[in-house]
Write a protein that binds this ligand. Structure first.
Ligand code: 5CA
Ligand code: ZN
Length: 409
């Protein structure tokens, strides 16, 4: 699949800082010091509805990770998937009486537009689950042939007991895992499974549902977790720097994915940090396609809201926090954007060298965007109150805000 166009990332004077970020697996901060090429996998959308503010907030967090790395003069190798065949997508297509392929294509195209408008850096590899199937089949065969997977009435399950490190991404109790498994696409109560938590790797073809050639597995379609693992291993290999997604992916998705990869390769860990963004809510409940309590990026854009203001609204919250989307959040962001634009549109201003360092420090400190925004606010307030004589300052602020926060002033 093609991704979307990259916006230019201005180079800043001086040197960026290494990222210290919260790792779900160890429960603490890790300092990431990748080689010249940093590697990141971020779980993509299931394209049965438009991008909402929750998705946008999560992709914003991982965009910032990349901007911190780029500021250290590293290259970034970024891979993202599209879950372009899955139960919710097929169900929505049936409900609306439309073709599931067309639905996925339409919503993926809209996602690209939203990401472009929000200046999110594109992945180098943007891979659909369907196009990954030829690479998934041999992985499932290998797991089965090594005894780490087993067949149940034609379906193939992964045996979580095959991975000695199983449980070390989420660190959840068995009870919580079982509860979340039932809630998030698993089938802990299906009779005949070796362990109720075992996830499906390959689902044998069902009447009326799409299926693909699975070689010795028989016709069917892949399970969710192996899709992301196949794509990540193919393009990044083991031991990549960041596995990213929202906190609702900690279990089962990222736990199972890590176990699949570790069992396939015998290496540990799959990723150096498992990084999770908090959940954005609307009216007190997690914004979700299944609940339908949504604020869409595309709807705001159609209503004439400047994408830079949407981005500033996302940045006004710390990525790990759960937070509530309100009209006020957007209103505040529009006002802040106005103040910042006024401040950088003057020919000179107060020196901004310290501001660039404050931005770098805040972002490298587990992506502390509220502190970063407060630093720009202070510079803009000083500009408004007293001005300054540094004729390079407004341009530097503009480039720093663009390079590090993805906001074009
Ligand atoms: N296709 C899978 C991942 S392989 C999936 O979870 N798709 S999704 O469309 O449901 O979500 C896309 C990303 O947005 C995921 O990282 C998910 O954790 C995140 N996300 C979904 N809802 C919210 C929300 N309300 N707040 C923050 N992030 C969210
Ligand atoms: Zn995923």
């Amino acid at each position: 699949m093609h991704a979307w166009p990259a916006s230019e990332v201005p180079a800043l004077p001086g040197k960026g800082r290494d990222l210290r970020i919260h790792d779900t697996a160890t429960g603490g901060r890790v300092t990431l010091a990748p080689g010249p090429v940093a590697r990141i996998y971020v779980c993509g959308i299931t394209p049965y509805d438009a991008t909402h503010m929750g998705h946008a907030a999560t992709y914003n967090a991982f965009d910032l990770v990349q901007r911190v790395w780029l500021d250290t003069k590293r290259q970034v190798h970024y891979v993202q998937n599209v879950t372009d065949v899955d139960d919710p997508l097929l169900e929505r297509a049936i409900r609306d009486g439309i073709d599931w392929v067309g639905l996925a294509e339409r919503e993926t195209a809209l996602f690209r537009e939203d990401m472009t408008a929000l200046r999110m850096l594109p992945p180098q590899h943007y891979i659909g689950a369907v196009e990954a199937i030829p690479g998934i089949v041999p992985l499932v065969e290998r797991l089965r042939d090594s005894g780490a997977a087993y067949e149940l009435e034609g379906d193939i399950y992964f045996s979580v007991d095959a991975d000695p490190h199983f449980g070390q991404v989420s660190n959840y109790t068995t009870e919580l895992m079982r509860h979340l498994s039932a809630e998030r696409g698993g089938d802990p109560d299906r009779p005949g499974k070796k362990n109720p938590l075992d996830p499906m790797l390959w689902m044998a073809a069902r009447e009326g549902e799409p299926s693909w050639d699975g070689a010795s597995l028989g016709p069917g379609r892949p399970g969710w977790h192996i899709e992301c693992v196949a794509i990540a291993l193919d393009h990044l290999g083991m031991g990549f720097d960041v596995q990213g997604g929202g906190s609702d992916l900690i279990f089962p998705h990222h736990e199972m994915g890590a176990s699949h990869a570790q069992t396939l390769t015998g290496e540990f860990p799959m990723a150096k940090a498992y990084v999770h963004a908090g959940m954005v809510a609307l009216d007190g409940e997690k914004m979700s396609k299944s609940r339908g309590n949504l604020v869409f990026v595309s709807k705001l854009r159609r209503d004439g809201v400047d994408p830079a203001a949407i981005r500033l609204a996302l940045l006004s919250h710390r990525y790990r926090d759960d937070w509530e989307w309100t009209d006020q959040v957007l209103q505040d962001a529009m006002e802040r954007l106005g103040r910042w634009r006024a401040a950088v549109s003057r020919p000179d201003g107060p020196s901004a060298d310290a501001l660039v360092e404050e931005l770098r420090e805040a972002l490298s400190d587990d992506l502390d965007t509220p502190t970063a925004l407060a630093a720009v606010d202070r510079w803009a307030a000083l500009q408004a109150a007293e001005g300054g004589t540094d004729d390079s300052a407004p341009g530097l602020v503009s480039r720093a805000v663009d390079a590090l926060l993805g906001v074009a002033l």
